[in-house]
Design a protein around this ligand. Structure first.
Ligand SMILES: C[S@@+](CC[C@H](N)C(=O)[O-])C[C@H]1O[C@@H](n2cnc3c(N)ncnc32)[C@H](O)[C@@H]1O
Length: 311
């Protein structure tokens, strides 16, 4: 038989099988009071620690147009921040860098809206402190890191998205570094272009302009394509200017048509005397995994780069 209940002056007594008495009410009420007291203590500690935007700006309030190392500070307006992140198709899988991060608003927005990890690189130590403070206010410290540094001396090669609001000259200075990044990396620049590297997408609006580039794979050179059965082969010579492709294929040097290079994705077509050949593939260094379509027949090929262009 289980234990039985008995009344006492200090609460209900539970008498177990062995006859041991347990003060259930007293134990329960005591524990509840301790939990509530702890919660109140934590809440009041948080209230003391929680910063506001105003407090961050009291410590340092930057002036629109103030001088920076290579370019002045002007924040991207809120509407354009949203549009630029949307144009870059930012997701929670991205690592976004804002080069010249100012008050960190783009990095903070990427984390808040999309759950992306973000790094802001900013030269001005006061702006760095302000950005760090705002990261705390917005509760995104687990996703956003603000680092003091010069964008021309910082390694951001692990970025999947790069945001810029610099100048046309600084964009062109960064261009070789951006082009050496992993194919498919998205670069968005507020207001300024990238010299002769034409954008893949753009926003032209009353609130501002912004441009998107998708870093293309480097595919220039001579390639040998061999069917996975080993029966068929042909060679292709590719010339590349940024994401624009041209070239020739086969022994007769047929001109490549319908060329497209988007990140690591490549497409082109050419005619032989008998048929039209269409290739789509994924570039991985000196290899292309391709599908060749002849009419309604598709077969797998592997392309290998046998010669790189002379540098
Ligand atoms: C036009 S503001 C853009 C701020 C922010 N990215 C935005 O869009 O709101 C450019 C920022 O770049 C910073 N900056 C200028 N030269 C820099 C450099 N060499 N390295 C790091 N930051 C730099 C400036 O201090 C300024 O905060």
């Amino acid at each position: 038989m289980p234990g039985s209940l008995a009344a006492s002056s200090s609460g209900t007594l539970y008498v177990d099988r062995e006859g041991a008495a347990v003060h259930t009410h007293r134990v329960f009420i005591g524990a509840a009071i301790r939990v509530i007291a702890l919660a109140l203590l934590l809440a009041s500690a948080q209230a003391v620690d929680a910063k506001t935007r105003q407090e961050c700006e009291q410590a340092y309030a930057p002036r629109n147009g103030q001088r920076g190392k290579d370019v002045v500070w002007v924040p991207t307006n809120d509407i354009m921040v949203d549009r630029m992140l949307a144009m870059a198709k930012v997701t929670a899988n991205d690592l976004l860098y804002d080069l010249g991060a100012g008050d960190g608003k783009i990095a903070i927005a990427a984390a808040k809206r999309y759950g992306a990890a973000a790094v802001g690189i900013e030269y001005n130590p006061d702006l760095v402190q302000l950005a760090k403070c705002l990261v705390e206010v917005e509760g995104v410290g687990h996703l956003v890191s603000i680092q003091q540094g010069d964008i021309f001396e910082t390694d951001f090669s692990d970025a999947t998205v790069v945001m810029l609001y610099l100048s046309p000259n600084l964009n062109v200075r960064l261009r070789p570094t951006l082009l050496a990044m992993k194919p498919g990396t998205r670069v968005v620049s507020n207001s300024f272009m990238m010299g002769h590297w034409h954008p893949d997408d753009r926003i032209l609006s009353r609130e501002g302009r912004a441009y998107l580039w998708v870093v293309p794979a480097q595919v220039a050179g001579t390639w040998q394509f061999v069917s996975t059965s080993g029966e068929h082969r042909f060679s292709v010579h590719l010339e590349q200017t940024f994401q624009e492709l041209s070239g020739t294929a086969g022994e007769r040097g047929a001109k490549l048509e319908d060329t497209r290079l988007h990140g690591a994705h490549i497409e082109f077509a050419f005619d032989t005397p008998d048929e039209r050949i269409q290739l789509t593939g994924q570039v991985n260094g000196d290899r292309i995994d391709a599908t060749i379509r002849r009419g309604d027949k598709a077969s797998a090929y592997v392309g290998t780069r046998v010669r790189r262009p002379a540098t």
